[in-house]
Design a protein around this ligand. Structure first.
Ligand code: NCD
Ligand code: ZN
Length: 348
């Protein structure tokens, strides 16, 4: 049985760092282990221009510990009035790496997002032409659609028509949660890929709802049935170039999660790589972990692999993680996978 595994330093292709005290408190958990991350722009107010993205990037760099070499890859948040030349200039100068599409009302701080997708067709045309990736929160917001069906309805009703009109648009279908999304990506051309989170590889909807409601397992898209979790795990552990890690680590204060109307998001940055090593080991696919965390995403984004490496070490006893992170403004609960984790992570 493998007790040590050396891999290229991983990247996180979907990460929420927030701002201010939270940014300072959570960033080191990512920057310690990951080389780069696609930074989500859903601050309040959102990052809607390249200028905002560059200012946010400076705040992230300032919050990064001096001994960590971490590169934030910035995104901007699409609105119905986004200036397509701002995207084109920002992308050509490498100021932004992707553009983020939130259907209005789909998730945390998405109210400035999109109601009418047709209004974006000029933007999509430009992005297709310049090869700028579109990161998509793939859920419909129609209150008539059951929350557990919102992802596959989005694929059929919104994403597929967009892809038929812009067949070469580079799209990352983010934080996928269903068998249907796995099949859609698998049967698409290589310009469509998907990120998978750590928590969706661990939990199904029973974790949230059975034996008492567990707000720290509530995230969007909401976790689905076990058969979907298994489909995600098989996709991640297959090593297929269309699937890569986007943790969607999404810190919220406990007071906002443990509430009558709790907000969505799981905070997985502190223990992601250890949990993934455990899962891939259980799947008998440890040798595929590096594709999922360190190779496929970089290739999709046309970036070189990180030159540094990390070592994962299987300890004799389970390792301890903090279960809370204190930010000075509030407490954030760390994701609990519900099983012991014995893989530790060392930079080499
Ligand atoms: C994210 C957040 O809190 O910003 N929440 C979540 O449940 N994943 C937003 C998102 O990516 O949907
Ligand atoms: Zn997210």
């Amino acid at each position: 049985m493998a007790r040590e595994l050396e891999i290229v330093r991983p990247d996180d292709w979907h990460l929420h760092l927030r701002d201010g005290a939270i940014l300072k408190a959570v960033l080191p958990f990512t920057s310690k282990t990951f080389g780069r991350a696609i930074i989500m722009p859903n601050l309040s107010p959102p990052i809607t221009s390249v200028k905002d993205a560059l200012m946010y990037k400076d705040r992230i760099s300032a919050a990064c510990p001096d001994n960590h070499s971490f590169k934030p890859l910035m995104t901007i948040y699409l609105t119905e009035s986004t200036d397509l030349m701002d995207i084109a200039d920002g992308f050509s100068q490498n100021y932004i790496s992707a553009v983020k599409l939130y259907p209005a009302g789909a998730t945390t701080n998405s109210s400035h997002g999109i109601n009418d997708f047709k209004k974006l067709y000029k933007v999509f045309e430009k992005m297709e032409e310049i090869g700028c990736p579109l990161c998509v929160h793939g859920e419909v917001v129609d209150p008539q659609v059951d929350i557990f069906d919102r992802e596959h309805v989005f694929i059929d009703k919104i994403l597929d028509p967009i892809m038929r009109t812009f067949p070469n648009l580079k799209v990352v279908l983010e934080h996928i949660t269903t068998q249907e999304a796995v099949s859609y990506v698998k049967t698409s051309k290589e310009n469509i890929a998907a990120t998978i989170t750590t928590h969706h590889l661990v939990i199904n909807r029973n974790f949230i709802l059975a034996a008492g409601i567990k707000p720290h397992y509530y995230c969007l898209p909401v976790a689905k049935r076990e058969k979907h979790r298994i489909a995600l795990l098989k996709a991640a552990a297959s090593g297929s170039s269309s699937f890569f890690l986007g943790t969607d680590s999404a810190p919220h204060f406990d007071t906002h999660k443990e509430s009558a109307c709790g907000c969505a998001g799981c905070f997985t940055a502190p223990n992601t790589m250890s949990i993934l090593a455990e899962l891939f080991e259980q799947e008998g696919s440890l040798e595929k972990l590096e594709y999922f965390t360190s190779i496929n995403g970089a290739n999709f984004y046309n970036l070189p692999l990180n030159s540094e490496r990390i070592k994962l070490i299987k300890e004799t006893d389970p390792i301890e993680f903090p279960n809370k992170v204190f930010t000075g403004e509030g407490v954030i609960t760390v994701f609990d996978p519900g099983f012991p984790v014995s893989w530790s992570v060392k930079s080499i």
